[in-house]
Design a binder for this molecule. Structure first.
Ligand code: FAD
Length: 548
């Protein structure tokens, strides 16, 4: 019971909240009045519908626009098929999830063909988040899994599927150890990012903690290239410049293959006797899909030409369902040459607008709301000493190096007075002067009265020369996919699995929602490789996928 009846006895406001028809008879004895009032208020506040009832959709709901990608293309006539290939597993997409899936399925003894629409594999970046790896154990790194899982779940407002996180937390270390067997053998270096962390860095005191100890840093192209080489050695057949166009499925039966087209416009048929694995990445470069599923950032061009959402579309044409919650655009920003360190930021009007002590994703979120959607990072000549107070995490700059100093000189406007800097920044003089004065006053007083930034990251801007640089941000990928079960089979509208269809990487839904969490730098890569391997194992192993 959340309320006691006494809690209402002195609360006249609650009475006025009752509608006329609900108001109780004041001639009743006081105890009855209280009881009745309690019942009405609890009914109204705690159980707006009878328990178990489903809220009916609003009758005046605006019909959704139908986009062209929602209409399946015409079937491809048999006489247009040039070649037919057959394997147990057909992997579509040669990025990190697809290469990992292909090698894993081959290691399970399956015959595998991988088709990729570009002329080689695709990879970028370099962070990979795992818990409990051999490397972490060797370094004595101990991580509280539950703390991280709960933080992730909270970050996604409970819209994400915690069971996927749990699988990764419990078994992800097998994936990174498997990967390191290969990369160690190839002499490829991997290290834990920003390790050892400064003793002063305390996750629990951070506004947005960054669990840096999880991040295994690679050159991702070298790493995915290494997986590909091992996959070829294991017998995986790869067809490049081959774009999957349609999945083959009769009615509600098993998915039996894929039709794909090469650069010359010719079609191949790929029969899958066990399963098809869709590892086709995201849809950030598909304007229509962005307009439908991610309208809040549909104005930004996608960075990857390959991110056209082919896998999502092909699966939806045969009954798969897009996740019901908003996807998370990965629109990391770079506030300035000092990365996402918490130096002063002002918008184009010269005003401070947020607590700067946030990661690159939250920076973008805040700047998107500013006039001109741009901001300046501002600091003074003390910056080399101030870096060490700025904490750790993705895109935090912690080391003063000659390269950093050169970069700062190259990209910043620089001045010996605030007025001169203001002119170079072309922001309103009075406003910027006032902003810097107030910021300096608060820094000296050790209290950010405007945005609550922690005192050790409030640094005065008072020692010339002064520097300022505009930041930037871009659409890297959009993280939203199809509903899946824990075997990573795509589900239809009834929540039943579509036989023979598995998905991995950015085709997997319900991993992220609304916002990409930089709590774990490299979580996207890790989930891509982990889901690739998991889907491949299930596809190759399970009884239901045995050749028929
Ligand atoms: C610049 C940049 C840096 C990044 N850095 C990081 C980082 O450090 N850490 C991190 O966790 N995340 C990072 N990300 C995000 C991360 O790279 C992706 O989320 C992740 O690689 C997705 O893996 P994937 O296998 O699902 O897709 P992808 O790696 O995109 O692979 C999909 C593949 O499928 C192919 N394909 C698509 N459609 C078809 C089709 N119809 N037929 C055949 N092939 C097809 C594509 O060509 C591509 O090769 C970064 C993203 C960008 C853009």
């Amino acid at each position: 019971m959340l309320f006691s009846t006494d809690a209402f006895s002195n609360d006249n406001n609650e009475v006025s909240n009752l509608t006329k028809s609900q108001s109780y008879d004041r001639s009743e004895p006081e105890a009855v009045q209280k009881k009745e009032k309690f019942k009405l208020v609890t009914e109204e506040l705690l159980a707006p519908l009878p328990l178990g009832a489903k809220c009916a959709p609003r009758p005046d709901r605006v019909p959704e626009r139908k986009y062209s990608f929602e209409t399946p293309p015409d079937p491809i006539p048999a006489n247009k098929i040039k070649n037919t290939y057959t394997a147990e597993i057909i992997v579509v997409g040669g990025g990190i999830s697809g290469m990992g899936a292909a090698l894993t399925a081959a290691e399970q003894g399956a015959k595998v063909i991988l088709i990729e629409k570009m002329d080689t594999f695709q990879a970028r970046g370099g962070c990979n988040a795992y818990i409990g790896s051999r490397l972490q154990k060797k370094l004595g790194i101990k991580i509280d899994k539950d703390e991280i899982l709960l933080a992730l779940q909270k970050y996604g407002g409970d819209r994400t599927d915690q069971r996927i996180y749990r699988m990764w937390a419990d078994h992800g270390h097998e994936t990174i150890d498997w990967l390191m067997d290969m990369t160690d053998a190839a002499g490829i270096e991997v290290k834990i990012n920003q390790y050892p962390a400064s003793a002063k860095y305390d996750f629990s005191q951070e506004y947005y903690p960054s669990y840096t100890n999880v991040d295994h840093m690679y050159d991702q192209r070298v790493m995915v290239g290494c997986i590909m080489k091992n996959a070829i050695n294991k017998g995986v057949v790869m067809h490049f410049n081959m774009r999957a166009k349609l999945l083959l499925r009769q009615d509600r039966g098993r998915v039996t293959g894929v039709l794909a087209q090469n650069n010359a416009g010719e079609y191949n048929r790929y029969n899958a006797t066990k399963a098809v694995l869709l590892c086709t990445g995201d849809y950030a470069s598909n304007a229509e899909m962005m307009a439908k599923y991610c309208p809040q950032t549909d104005y930004l061009p996608g960075k990857l030409v390959t991110s056209t959402g082919d896998g999502h579309q092909m699966a939806m044409w045969i009954g798969a369902q897009m996740q019901g919650t908003p996807p998370a655009p990965m629109t990391h920003g770079f506030p300035g040459p000092l990365g996402s360190d918490a130096f002063l930021q002002v918008n184009l009007k010269g005003e401070r607008f947020h607590n700067e002590d946030v990661g690159p994703q939250n920076y973008t979120n805040a700047v998107e709301n500013q006039p001109g959607q741009q901001a300046w990072q501002v600091f003074d000549s003390k910056y080399p000493d101030e870096l060490k107070c700025m904490g750790l995490g993705f895109s935090r700059v912690i080391e003063d190096t000659p390269e950093l100093r050169g970069y700062v000189e190259d990209v910043c406007v620089k001045a010996n007075t605030i007025d001169e800097l203001t002119r170079k920044m072309e922001v309103p003089l009075d406003v910027f002067r006032a902003t810097v004065k107030r910021y300096n006053d608060m820094a000296r007083a050790g209290k950010d009265l405007d945005f609550g930034k922690r005192p050790d990251r409030l640094s005065t801007v008072d020692k010339p020369p002064f520097y300022a640089s505009k930041g930037s941000y871009e659409m890297l990928v959009v993280l939203g996919g199809l509903n899946v079960n824990m075997k990573l089979q795509a589900l239809d509208k009834d929540g039943d699995n579509i036989p023979g269809l598995y998905v991995a990487g950015n085709v997997v839904g319900n991993r992220f929602s609304v916002d990409y969490p930089l709590l774990l730098p490299g979580f996207s890569h890790a989930l891509a490789l982990f889901t690739g391997r998991t889907a491949a194992r299930n596809a190759a192993d399970t009884e239901e996928n045995n050749s028929q």
